[in-house]
Design a protein around this ligand. Structure first.
Ligand SMILES: [Zn+2]
Ligand SMILES: [Zn+2]
Length: 238
């Protein structure tokens, strides 16, 4: 552990905990070992190694150490994921942040602002997510807040691959490329956000657990459907 603090200093990680530096964060396992011996994950181990004059540096280390030691069993569960460290989760509202942290949204975690939660296996979703399915939740625009970075969003629209023939506009962070949400011409007044961008991972398995799985006909054959949710061969919403 003696090397950990000096490693932080030599990299200037605390002073500029921007995107490139955070990716170099030493493996969380060392940090967790220290934290697990304390009830408070702010880590007395690190404190004892630091020069008392470096208060701001210590504060930042404590903040990141707390993130790395996030306890999955105790909501909110906000692990180190991406470069932002200011995501939050409240009783009825939470944040969604892009990978680099430039764009952050706040959305409702219950109705009427939270409209639906669904998995989509359609060919369009597979291509645009660069994955095998999209995990989405629909929010009423009246309840969606752009906390920062709205002017950093870049859009791309097309209708060719949308099953309904409607136009779908995609909103990406122009810095890191994270797809934050889609807006469909068939669904005015709503935005389709991504479960994976939600900072509180506990919500992924609770309030944002999918209710519907659609386009099962396009599902890759090495995946099974989501157990216990409505399965629809084509679109569940048209
Ligand atoms: Zn970004
Ligand atoms: Zn789809």
């Amino acid at each position: 552990m003696a090397g950990l603090a000096s490693e932080f200093r030599s990299r200037g990680w605390v002073a500029a905990h921007g995107p490139p530096e955070v990716t170099e964060l030493p493996s969380g396992s060392d940090i967790k070992r220290t934290s697990n011996s304390n009830t408070n994950p702010s880590s007395r181990g690190l404190h004892s190694m630091m020069n008392p004059s470096t208060t701001s540096r210590l504060t930042a280390i404590q903040k990141h150490t707390t993130m790395a030691a996030a306890d999955k069993s105790k909501p909110p569960y906000i692990p180190l994921a991406g470069c932002a460290d200011d995501g939050w989760s409240k009783e009825d509202e939470a944040t969604a942040t892009c990978f680099c942290g430039a764009v952050q949204l706040a959305f409702p975690t219950q109705g009427p602002g939270l409209v639906d939660i669904f998995i989509c296996n359609c060919t369009d979703c597979r291509k645009i997510t660069a994955s095998m399915f999209a995990s989405n939740f629909t929010v009423a625009d009246t309840h969606l807040k752009h906390l920062r970075g709205r002017d950093n969003l870049k859009t791309f629209s097309q209708s060719r691959t949308i099953a309904s023939g409607n136009t779908m506009t995609n909103y990406f962070c122009s810095t890191c490329g994270t797809l934050m949400y889609r807006v469909g011409s068939a669904f005015p007044g709503q935005s389709i956000l991504r479960i994976g961008t939600v900072d509180d991972f506990h919500l992924h398995e609770t309030k944002l657990r999918p209710r519907v799985e659609q386009f099962t006909k396009d599902r890759v054959d090495w995946l099974c459907g989501v157990e216990g949710v409505k399965q629809v061969e084509g679109s569940a919403y048209t």
